[in-house]
Design a protein around this ligand. Structure first.
Ligand SMILES: Nc1ncnc2c1ncn2[C@@H]1O[C@H](COP(=O)(O)OP(=O)(O)OP(=O)(O)O)[C@@H](O)[C@H]1O
Ligand SMILES: [Mg+2]
Length: 196
């Protein structure tokens, strides 16, 4: 069965989960897998010399489990949206995978039909992050001592990527981002369907 897999990567608090949920509401037969759901338990997270838990690295994630969830969807695309969607004339099953470390994880490289990456400037990122409560909560100095440096490192690694990534300005409104990406997805789906 033909499928269409979308990656939404980007900086922490860039608006990945918000955008993915907005798209899911408007795209038929669309499932979402969030990388946020695959963090290892706190006891398995490494600590650096400053005592900061090393959450913003691939090793903090159970990527094998996430890959299993993706494989499950690929084998039975559309199943997670309920039996009513199966065999409906609503077009090919769409999977959105959203998370902060997608395009640095090699086993996913061949997965993407379309890749997006949300960015926001340092100040805005720090401001948005300070309004959220994570589990465990960010200790003082965590953003500058771990979160942002790891983001810069991962951005550096992304320089080697060979496929197209559509960079999105995460300071745009939720509505504008949705409209921009929705339109782009529809165009890409039409291309895949050979209608253009
Ligand atoms: N376009 C936007 N403009 C302003 N604020 C936004 C926008 N999109 C999301 N937000 C806000 O920014 C915060 C982070 O949003 P969201 O959870 O979608 O980001 P994320 O990239 O998934 O973050 P995380 O790194 O925690 O997974 C939330 O408080 C959300 O309300
Ligand atoms: Mg999120």
């Amino acid at each position: 069965m033909k499928t269409f897999v979308i990656g939404i990567g980007g900086v922490t608090n860039g608006g990945k989960t918000t955008l993915a949920k907005n798209l899911q509401k408007h795209l038929p037969n669309c499932s979402v897998i969030s990388q946020d759901d695959f963090f290892k338990p706190e006891a398995e997270i490494e600590t650096d010399e400053n005592g900061f838990l090393q959450y913003d690295v691939l090793e903090a994630l159970n990527m094998e489990k996430m890959m299993s969830a993706i494989s499950c969807w690929v084998e039975n695309p559309g199943l997670s949206v309920g039996p009513a969607a199966l065999g409906s004339p609503e077009g090919i099953p769409i999977l959105i995978i959203e998370g902060f470390l997608l395009f640095n994880y090699k086993p996913l490289d061949t997965m993407w039909n379309r890749s997006y990456f949300l960015t926001i400037p340092y100040e805005e990122c720090k401001r948005r992050r300070s309004t959220r409560v994570y589990e465990p909560p960010d200790p003082p100095g965590y953003f500058d001592g771990h979160v942002w440096p790891m983001y810069l490192k991962h951005r550096q690694e992304m320089k080697d990527i060979t496929w197209e990534i559509v960079y999105l300005d995460g300071t745009k409104s939720e509505e504008d981002l949705f409209a921009q990406v929705y339109e782009d997805i529809i165009q890409e789906l039409e291309k895949q369907n050979g209608l253009q």
